[in-house]
Design a binder for this molecule. Structure first.
Ligand code: SF4
Ligand code: SF4
Length: 454
């Protein structure tokens, strides 16, 4: 006995194919339209298949389109979330090594707030906390964040080396490190010292193409930054080490040609080096009083527009990069099931402020009144009353629209902050998902399901 999954999506294409996608398993395949009737019949009547349908049924089972009748799909999706939220094996500290920044971005949520460098006792306290919390099964992940973390270069190297030594003495798994930086100070020397300390996953943000970036991401005295960052990236290419460097490009509605040109330049310079990646995100809000930036507000994308353009740019990047790399090594725009929307949801994940205040969501850093706890010199964490609001989730709060939603595995209820603020937290919707799948199919990104009848 079998039953159809509640998370199936079936879409007919203009080139006479039936697309099958399951949001719980992320399986995605195409079959020739001539099999569409059989497949739809088998999904509606799985027990009525005959011997000749065996292969189709096998494939539908493998993709999770047909499942055993006792499988509680919602229960399984919730379990993935609960395991992520409550699982203590992974301990994540996002360290605000420098809440100060060398840039003067007018919309930045930490800009103009506290401008602190992490106090030496906070590094010690974080190490104490980790010492007390870990065991042989633990995986420590440190995210270096700011402000601008590279302003605290020496402290970052020193902390990472001390943690690496602790891990080696206690025979723990190697700590994982990431860094989000503006890239301006990332010379080859600095980069190599980060690599030497085990930090090997980096994200650098560009505010669109050069002319736009230079308006919003300038130095405090107004000097431009784009070419310095780009030249740093080009120089980093010569480093012979394993690392991941993601370039995040923020965009507005009116920069299509320039985004294409920037992507083409990225492909010609970094295309053959798979350590470098590029992806695109719409700018949704500018909270600034600066007049020259406010005039750009009309170019901010609506959610729907932003998602459309993001997909278009991602597919364009895949297309130009396919001249240099295999498609299988490129980021895939097809949505995948996730354990949670962001690290905020994990109980053993904290953002450690430069003065030892702890936060859950990075958009609140720098706002003392939004702190969710604090760490003391002995490495003990005190959760403030306000921390408990972050424990509420769509399952415990029984948010029916999410629990009944076929997109639930892809978002697990979306951004917790938006939910808490009573705002809509849907990032995807069904028409947009269908469009992604159709475009991905047109770009030959899904396998053909083998359904040859005997
Ligand atoms: S804004 Fe939302 S998605 Fe971003 S860190 Fe905060 S809770 Fe997570
Ligand atoms: S946040 Fe929106 S898309 Fe996600 S599960 Fe809830 S209703 Fe569905």
């Amino acid at each position: 006995m079998l039953k159809a999954s509640q998370y199936n999506f079936l879409i007919e294409t203009a080139d006479n194919q039936l697309l099958l996608y399951n949001s719980r398993t992320s399986a995605f395949a195409a079959v020739p339209m001539e099999f569409s009737g059989d497949i739809q019949y088998l999904l509606a009547n799985p027990s009525r298949g005959t011997g000749k349908d065996e292969e189709i049924i096998g494939n539908l089972k493998a993709g999770g389109f047909l499942i055993k009748p006792d499988i509680d799909e919602l229960g399984e999706i919730r379990k993935v979330y609960d395991d992520y939220k409550n699982g203590g094996k992974k301990i994540i500290l996002t360290m605000l090594a420098s809440e100060a920044c060398n840039f003067n971005c007018p919309y930045c949520f930490t800009y103009d707030k506290r401008g602190l460098s992490m106090a030496p006792w906070v590094y010690n306290a974080a190490l104490e906390y980790l010492q007390k919390s870990v065991n042989m099964e633990s995986q420590i992940k440190i995210n270096w964040f700011g402000g601008e973390p590279t302003l605290a270069h020496d402290n970052i190297i020193s902390f990472s080396n001390r943690l690496n030594q602790l891990a080696s003495e206690r025979k723990l798994k190697k700590p994982l490190y990431t860094m989000v930086t503006n890239g301006y100070l990332m010379t080859v020397d600095k980069f190599e010292s980060y690599i030497g300390a085990g930090i090997n996953i980096f994200q650098i943000t560009l505010d669109g193409p050069e002319a736009f970036h230079n308006k919003t991401r300038s130095l405090p005295d107004g000097r431009e930054t784009f070419r310095t960052i780009w030249n740093n990236l080009v120089a980093i290419k010569s480093v012979k080490a394993k690392f991941e460097m993601s370039i995040r490009v923020n965009f507005l509605t009116d920069m299509r040609q320039e985004i294409y040109a920037l992507t083409d330049e990225f492909a010609s310079v970094f295309g053959a080096d798979e350590r470098f990646g590029i992806y695109f995100r719409p700018v949704y809000n500018f909270e600034t009083k600066r007049q020259n930036i406010c005039t750009m507000k009309d170019s901010i994308c609506s959610m729907a527009e932003g998602l459309q353009m993001q997909l278009e740019y991602d597919l364009h990047a895949m297309d130009v990069l396919s001249k240099y790399r295999k498609k299988s090594t490129m980021p895939n725009p097809i949505p995948r099931a996730i354990p949670a929307w962001c690290e905020t949801e994990k109980k053993s994940s904290w953002i450690v402020g430069a003065d030892g205040l702890l936060f859950k969501c990075d958009t609140y850093i720098g706002q003392k009144e939004q702190a969710a706890g604090k760490i003391n010199m002995a490495g003990e964490i005190e959760r403030f009353q306000s921390a408990y609001k972050w424990d509420t989730d769509i399952y415990s709060a029984e948010i029916e629209k999410c629990i009944k939603c076929k997109l639930l595995p892809l978002c697990q209820g979306g951004c917790p902050r938006l939910r808490m603020d009573g705002k809509k937290s849907c990032h995807l919707n069904e028409p947009y998902l269908k469009e992604i799948l159709l475009k991905a199919h047109a770009a030959h990104m899904n396998p053909q399901l083998n359904v040859q009848n005997n």
